[in-house]
Structure formats: structure tokens, C-alpha cells
Design a protein around this ligand. Structure first.
Ligand SMILES: [Zn+2]
Length: 441
């Protein structure tokens, strides 16, 4: 049965090639955008968007849904200590129920804040549960099982052999890639060079090309991590990843805070994408990523919150604003204007996931992933430029309604595919059980 939705009378921020802002309507038919303009007629359902901005749903390109339950349990630590003392023990203590609670909490928070798609790196086990949550909730996601077959201080439950890691990844790929009416994608997710053997990375690089799926990993987030890679391989991190074939337009590297000029050239030449996570970089004391330099070299940069224990929000408004402000501190106030930050949060995110023909802008023919933002707020008034308002002034709580694939997943601030109270209670209960298992208070 044909289902049409008319989003009527909003300020439509299209993020199309002309970055047009149109006063008018968006018509959705069977999950796709049928038109953007004025007086598009009637539909089965009409959403009144007067006094609202209508924009593409945010695409977060670096998240860990399995870590949402660790929010507030790993504060004030630098990366390697953060991993060894807190995050790895908690990931090791996960069972199917706690992962499920963690993913539901993360998806609920992201949908509530206007994020409609995320790339999420999970932990070593129970990734299946995350796929189920994405399928059930109507969220759009690219999901990868974390791969790690070496490393000092890795708990027993997180260590695996390269062979098993690949076999399990391929089984998940076969089962889930393309599911949820095409909303779900698989990616290979080796954790980072420090926790993967060369053999594993070489095989992942080959398999990703053969199967036509992405590779997502962390790279050059922290100086000690870079030193560890240098000691192990004699190369800088990006040079090493390049040498094993982890580079190219199907590869998305999270962080890239500390890069040499040569490494930036490698990223630009290969067309490798970077996911910038400004709040996480600040909270773990990692540094300020050279985003302006990357953009000047034509390198694709998109945004993500990273996991809840290093942020502690999963909120794209925070990331857009922080990304823009940080570049102003390091490079000058004119750098990374609001329009560019919004593009990084939408169309450039879609591009990084290879989904730019489907999502990332409001254009006829694209899937209807749409965020509707209430502008009638004190802190959003006045608003001479709606893009400036969205990037510099708006907050997650200003999001009123969200559609993914044409389905309303948030209506007037209420989630439609998840029960908020249940999600919060389940998270509290599972957090208690998990930290007890992990021996962390
Ligand atoms: Zn991460």
C-alpha cells in the first residue's frame, strides 16, 4: 500500500549541491522523497512544520553502541588507561542482555537528537544483538564486529584468533548486510593497529575489496598509540595501514588527530575518509585534529560522537558546534563555518559510508531520513540564518520529529519504536549487573 507523508510549511535546509534553503514542503512516498517545494498537495499523513527547520537526518560516522552503558564509568583517563582499566574490562563483561540494553539506549538517544544513521564499531562478541536492535527500532546503521587478535592487557574474553575473528565477521556479513529494507550494512572493524596482527589486517583488506564492504578502524588518536605502532612496525600509523592495504574510498578512519604531512598525502591520494570526534578527542586529552588541513587537501571529514564513555553524549549538535569552535581556536575564527559543519554532519557522513546516493540531503529520489527541529525557542531567537542557528545554537532537545526511511520514529518528542522509560530502567539494571561482573564500581 502506498504511504505518503507531507511535511508542511517548514524552512527546508536541503544540503543539496546548491545548499538551497527553501520555505515549503517535503513530500514523502513509500519511504522516498518525492518532492521538495511549495504546495505539494495532500497526503495520508501531514506533519505541521511551521516554525521548524526541516533538514537531513544526521549521520554519525563513529559510534560504539556497545559502550553506551559505560557512560560515566570511565571518566578522566587518557586513551590507553581508559581502554585497559575501564572499557576493555566492561566490554569483556558484556552478555547478550547488557549489549542489547546498551544498543537500545544509544539508538534511543541518537533518534531523540535527530541522528538517523550511524557507523558503529561493536565489541568482540554479541554483535548480533546490535543488529537486532537496529532492525527492530527502524534505525539506519553500518555495524561491524570488533576484531582484535593481539595486544597487551587485553582481557581473555576479548582475545580471539585471526581465523575465528574473520569467520565470525563473514557470518555476520552474510546474515545482516542489506537487511532492514536496506537500512543495515556490514563493515569490517579491526579495533586499531595496536590490537591487530599484520596478518589480520592484510586479510581484512583483501576481503573488504572482494565483498564490497567498508573497513572501519581507529587511527592516530593518541601519541602513545602512534609510538606503539612505530615500535611494532617501524612505521607511522597511517603509513602502516596503507602498507597493509587498509586505505581507499571504502575505508573510514576514526580520529586522525596526529598526522605527518606525508600521512595526509597518503589519505588524500587514496581517498580514505576521516571521522572526526571532537568531544572525545577533548575528553581523553588526545588533542585537536587538523581538520582544516585535511579539508584543504580535499580529504573527506565527517563527524561522530564516539562511545558514551568518552564524550559522554551521543549528540550531533554538540559535535558540530565543538568541531567548528576547535578549528577557530587552532586556525582562526573564519575557519569551518556553520555550513561546512552541517555538511560534515549530513551529506559528508553519507558519502563516507558510501550512501550519498541514498541519504545525506533532502532531494527527490533519496530515502526520507529527515529531522524536524522546533525553532520557536528562546535560545534560537532571532534567527537571521537558519544554518547558523542549527550549528551554533540548537540542542538535541529542540528536535521535534524524526523520520527514517519515511517512517516516523520520533513524533513531537516521543519515540515511536522504543519505550523511553523501559530503555532507561533496563540500562540502569544492566549497568549494575555489568559493572559487578567487571569488578568496577
Ligand atoms: Zn572509538
Amino acid at each position: 500500500m502506498t504511504q505518503t507523508v507531507l511535511i508542511k510549511g517548514g524552512i527546508v535546509v536541503t544540503m543539496d549541491a546548491g545548499e538551497r534553503v527553501v520555505d515549503g514542503d517535503v513530500l514523502v512516498r513509500d519511504g522516498r522523497i518525492e518532492g521538495v517545494g511549495v504546495e505539494l498537495g495532500s497526503a495520508d499523513e501531514t506533519i505541521d512544520a511551521r516554525g521548524c527547520a526541516v533538514l537531513p537526518g544526521f549521520v554519525q560516522t563513529h559510534i560504539h553502541l556497545c559502550q553506551t552503558l559505560f557512560r560515566g564509568s570511565a571518566d578522566d583517563l587518557e586513551l590507553i588507561d581508559w581502554l585497559k582499566q575501564r572499557v576493555w574490562p566492561m566490554e569483556a563483561a558484556h552478555d547478550a542482555r547488557s549489549i542489547r540494553a546498551s544498543a537500545r539506549l544509544g539508538v534511543a538517544e541518537m533518534m531523540r537528537g535527530g541522528t538517523t544513521c550511524a557507523l558503529t564499531m561493536e565489541t568482540v562478541r554479541h554483535t548480533e544483538e546490535v543488529f537486532r536492535v537496529v532492525e527492530e527500532t527502524g534505525f539506519r546503521a553500518t555495524v561491524g564486529k570488533c576484531m582484535m587478535d593481539m595486544g597487551e592487557g587485553v582481557p581473555f574474553e576479548l582475545s580471539e584468533k585471526a581465523e575465528d575473528s574473520i569467520e565470525q565477521s563473514l557470518a555476520l556479513l552474510e546474515k545482516w548486510h542489506g537487511r532492514g529494507e536496506g537500512r543495515i550494512h556490514y563493515c569490517f572493524a579491526p579495533r586499531f593497529a595496536v590490537s591487530c596482527t599484520r596478518e589480520l589486517l592484510v586479510r581484512v583488506a583483501r576481503l573488504a575489496r572482494e565483498r564490497g564492504v567498508m573497513i572501519h578502524t581507529h587511527a592516530s588518536e593518541n601519541r602513545s598509540e602512534i609510538e606503539l605502532v612505530m615500535r611494532e612496525t617501524g612505521m607511522r600509523n597511517i603509513e602502516y595501514l596503507d602498507s597493509v592495504g587498509v586505505c581507499g574510498p571504502h575505508v573510514l578512519l576514526a580520529h586522525c588527530v596526529h598526522l605527518s604531512e606525508g600521512e595526509m598525502l597518503l589519505l588524500a591520494d587514496a581517498g580514505t575518509h576521516v571521522a572526526h570526534c571532537p568531544s572525545s578527542n577533548l575528553k581523553l586529552g588526545s588533542g585537536i585534529a587538523p581538520v582544516a588541513e585535511l579539508l584543504e587537501r580535499g580529504i573527506s571529514v565527517s563527524l561522530g560522537a564516539d562511545g558514551a564513555p568518552c564524550n559522554n553524549r551521543l549528540d550531533m549538535f554538540t559535535e558540530m558546534r565543538t568541531a567548528a569552535l576547535l578549528q577557530k581556536v587552532s586556525r582562526g575564527a573564519q575557519v569551518l563555518p556553520a555550513r561546512r559543519a552541517l555538511r560534515m554532519a549530513t551529506l559528508d557522513g553519507a558519502r563516507a559510508l558510501g550512501l550519498e546516493s541514498e541519504i545525506g540531503s533532502l532531494e527527490t529520489g533519496k530515502r526520507a531520513d529527515i529531522t524536524i527541529l522546533d525553532l520557536e525557542r528562546l535560545h534560537l531567537s532571532p534567527r537571521p540564518d537558519v544554518v547558523s542557528t542549527i550549528v551554533y545554537a540548537a540542542e538535541a532537545q529542540d528536535v521535534r520529529t524524526v523520520l527514517i526511511d519515511g517512517r516516523v520514529v520520533l513524533r513531537d518528542g516521543e519515540l515511536t519504536t522504543l519505550n523511553l522509560r523501559e530503555v532507561i530502567e533496563e540500562a540502569r539494571e544492566q549497568h549494575g549487573l555489568l559493572t559487578a561482573r567487571a569488578g568496577i564500581n
